[in-house]
Design a protein around this ligand. Structure first.
Ligand SMILES: [Zn+2]
Length: 177
């Protein structure tokens, strides 16, 4: 499997004044770096960490896996600056445009590596990241069909708890169900 994590370089550096997103972005990169370091342990072919900058010469294009998540905002296409893309042996690509899901997938890989090497190598996470990992299971995604996918523990497939929206705003809770 190949993995590409794409994050906003400026959120990573705290320049976009979104503390929650900065915390989660740093956790994503920290986890991806661990997975990259130990990728041979679980037979990953490649782990790529792409930091997208808002400047000329960086059009946000993918580095390793050619898939980009987008949304329509103000009637225009907005490319999601944070996403995780994986490609399995079968050639299917999975795009996780939600940072919470991306973190769970990476943490799932770290969990697998930890079991193989007999040592817990999950990096220290922010309170925000720790909360995500202790929260609702991934559930319902294509990974779930394979059984041993990241996050597909005993709780997978259970009721999904209210999740913050993709950009991580925590206020208000789920208004629409
Ligand atoms: Zn940003």
């Amino acid at each position: 499997m190949r993995i590409e994590l794409r994050v906003c370089y400026h959120c990573l550096r705290g320049e976009h004044e979104n503390e929650h997103k900065t915390a989660v972005t740093r956790d994503l990169v920290a986890c991806a770096e661990v997975v990259k370091e130990y990728k041979d342990v679980i037979d990953l072919d490649d782990v790529h960490i792409r930091k997208v900058k808002e400047e000329e010469g960086d059009d946000g294009r993918p580095a390793a896996l050619p898939a980009v998540a987008a949304t329509i905002q103000n009637e225009g296409v907005a490319v999601s600056d944070t996403q995780l893309v994986t490609m399995g042996e079968n050639g299917y690509m999975l795009v996780y445009p939600n940072p919470q899901d991306a973190l769970k997938v990476l943490a799932g890989n770290i969990d697998e590596i930890s079991k193989v090497i007999g040592d817990n190598i999950l990096p220290d996470l922010s309170p925000e990241g720790a909360e995500i990992l202790s929260g609702a299971p991934l559930g319902g995604g294509p990974e779930a069909e394979h059984g041993g996918g990241p996050g597909a523990g005993p709780g997978a497939g259970g009721p999904t708890q209210g999740q913050p929206d993709a950009d991580g705003s925590m206020d208000g809770g789920p208004g629409t169900q």
